[in-house]
Ligand binder design. Sequence first.
Ligand SMILES: NC(=O)CC[C@H](N)C(=O)O
Length: 362
Amino acid sequence: MKKGYLVLESGDSFPGYFVGTQAPVTGEVVFNTSMTGYQEIMTDPSYAGQIMVFCYPLIGNYGINAEDSEHEKIEMQAAVFSNLCDLPSHFQSLANVDKWLAESGVTGLAGVDTRGIVQLIRKGGTMKAVISDSPDPDAIDWQDSVAKGMVSRVSTKTMKVYEGTGAHIVLIDYGYKKSMLTALLNQGCKVTVVPYNTSYDTIRALKPDGVMLSNGPGDPMELQTQFDEIKKITSAYPTLGICLGHQLIALSYGAKTSKLLFGHRGANHPVKELGTGKVWITSQNHSYVVEQASIASDVFQVTYKNVNDGSIEGLKHCKLPIETVQFHPEAHPGPDDTHPVFNRFIRSIHQSKGEATHAITY
Ligand SMILES: NC(=O)CC[C@H](N)C(=O)O
């Protein structure tokens, strides 16, 4: 086993042993508290450019299977584990995490005091980190910036059509998770996945019934040049925005975003639906949030709030059929309490076309 270190910009370093590809990497270090779902987490394109620390101390015990990946590639920079199981047991398992990371060209570090790292991040915030074979923070050029432009890297380069007999949804791909597409296909929708920078005119030519803006990596302000187009697109069709999609819609209509100290990443984040007072347990993965003070009350109504820190978790446009959520209704991993968000979206499409919705059973 080759010794390696996670070295944080704060100067702290944590020893472990290399798994997967043993190449040195730089990234923004973040943590996820989910107890299960490591394959879905590692394949979520929203983690592009980041080093993921798994809080749960045992990862890999049910292996890697052919079903659970959320994207065809692992986009995260690296993953860090406490105990990594090398002899998984599950009828669907095809490989252990070490072998899978190696085949995918991704670095891993195991046997690490992940709890110690999480305590530091919770105090100092998400920060830059390096995985290398040296524990010395002074040997690292901290001026090297963490990669930007991740959305253009992970988004599809061509349009892809998934046939269905129901509503036609254009899914704008900022790094969408497969489960979002599955949720739409399960509603019978036809889905056209388009690149992140697709124009309003191109989308109009596709004659969609609705549009969905997906999750994705990085700071939403990096996509500032798209805001005018996003406003045009979303004011023309019933819209659902999820996570990065939610942030982009808010920004396009004049709100502001800011970065949380260490983000929300896990599968048990409580969110209150303000209209009903109900609390849902949600799956989350984000650093940025829409700022309450920046929301014009005649443009958006806040629909959901995070129970832990009061941050905004959902918006509804006051006049247009636009709904956005910061959490992940598609789950994977995590509870599907909020899956009805998709049903509501499809219902809003039928309503905006003046179609009767009494026959719809959801
Ligand atoms: N899952 C996502 O879409 C993440 C959105 C954004 N990159 C953030 O970190 O806040």
